[in-house]
Design a protein around this ligand. Structure first.
Ligand code: NAD
Ligand code: WQD
Length: 344
């Protein structure tokens, strides 16, 4: 199967490219390097020993994307391309709505035109909002999102569902297969240490922040609040190894190729860890304690978020295999070998 990965030079896309190739599929990547670099794709080629067709393009650019899709005619599109920084989305909502929603609309228009049918989408646990109580199941109603980034995912899910429904009703159009993947908290890196998460500037997310403290790039972590109603007072999340997540995409793309309709799957482990548990585990992996201070709560944080991951296991035959030790080991391996990310 040939899969086209928009945003394939990014963190999750590059790991998915490895998993796809290892599962025997072909990969084509489209990225505008807004938040990544072609070096990540070169590293994927190094890991897999395969040459990957790579296009520098904006996935919202219809003319350019038409030519790429006409040339490649992929069996499945996995749409990772998007802006993802929660805080930035509050400051720049229009840019977030424009980029995230436009890319999806462009791809849907071109799929109809070129009669392509299979689509896998990077959604997020953020669509459960703060009204639902974990573990989150796919049948729960989507909640009210706390930021524009979350709303872009919420809206893209709806757009994709509506397009699928219309395609099923229209006899002149081949029926779409849409798989919505709700990721929990992707962390870790490929075990080679050649690819990993490389945030620009000050990391927003916990794991890259911890890694940068551990490697000496930052002085200490600020833990955002220790007065939550949890065993140690810090928030709990479902941290999933990025290679487990990547393997979930292989199963999702294979599912999309063999089924019609819209399906939504949580990709998480089902097991929550607190911020302090992550700090402790990382300290063990890197061989020294990670310095931290307790600070105030961060606006918009939910106390608890974790998945019920049963549906992906039952229908896709997928479950996360890697635990917290492997997550920290691989994150540290990547960070210590590439202290300044891909620019080292
Ligand atoms: P990332 O920023 O590393 O990767 C996204 C990639 O898309 C980047 O390489 C970027 O350059 C590219 N891109 C952005 N806009 C583009 C455009 N218009 N055209 C072409 N390329 C474009 O982020 P990631 O962590 O790999 O996330 C991938 C997807 O998963 C995103 O849609 C993100 O919202 C979603 N997601 C991420 C997380 C997370 O915590 N990392 C959680 C849930 C969902
Ligand atoms: C995890 C925990 C923080 C940084 C975000 C998005 C979500 C999804 C994944 C894309 C929280 C605490 C963090 C720090 C800290 N992204 N923390 N100090 O907030 O669960 O999810 O990324 O879809 O939409 O909202 O992840 O890694 O930012 O935070 O104490 O310096 O770590 O308060 O409890 P989050 P995170």
């Amino acid at each position: 199967m040939k899969t086209l990965l928009t945003g394939g030079a990014g963190y999750i896309g590059s790991h998915t490219a490895v998993a796809m190739i290892e599962a025997g599929h072909d990969v084509v990547i489209v990225d505008n390097y807004y938040n990544s670099s072609p070096e990540a794709v070169r590293r994927v080629e190094q890991i897999t020993g395969r040459e990957i067709p790579l296009y520098e393009a904006d996935a919202a650019d219809k003319e350019v994307m038409r030519e790429i899709l006409k040339k490649e005619m992929p069996d499945c599109i996995i749409h990772f391309a998007g802006l993802k920084a929660v805080g930035e989305s509050v400051a720049k909502p229009v840019e977030y709505y424009r980029n995230n929603i436009d890319t999806t609309l462009t791809l849907l228009e071109l799929m109809k035109e070129l009669r392509l049918t299979n689509f896998v989408f990077s959604s997020s646990a953020t669509v459960y909002g703060d009204d639902n109580i974990p573990p989150f199941t796919e049948t729960m109603p989507k909640g009210a999102c706390t930021n524009p980034y979350g709303w872009t995912k919420w809206m893209q899910e709806q757009i994709l569902r509506d397009a699928q429904t219309a395609s099923a009703a229209d006899e002149g159009t081949p029926e779409l297969s849409v798989v919505l993947l709700r990721y929990f908290n992707p962390v870790g890196a490929h075990e080679s240490g050649l690819i990993g998460e490389d945030p620009q500037g000050i990391p927003n997310n916990l794991m890259p922040y911890i890694s940068q403290v551990a490697v000496g790039r930052r002085d200490h972590l600020t833990v955002f609040g220790d007065d939550y109603d949890t065993p140690d007072g810090t928030c709990r999340r479902d941290y999933i190894h990025v290679m487990d997540l990547a393997e979930g995409h292989v199963k999702a793309a294979e599912y999309a190729a063999g089924n019609k309709g819209t399906e939504v799957f949580n990709l998480g482990t089902g097991e929550p860890y607190s911020v302090l548990e992550m700090v402790e585990a990382f300290g063990k992996a890197c061989g020294h304690p990670v310095k931290y201070e307790i600070g105030p709560r961060r606006a918009g944080d939910v106390q608890d978020s974790w998945a019920n991951a049963d549906k992906a296991k039952e229908i896709l035959g997928w479950e996360a295999k890697r635990g917290l030790d492997e997550i920290c080991r691989d994150a540290w391996n990547w960070q210590s070998k590439n202290p300044n990310g891909f620019n080292a």
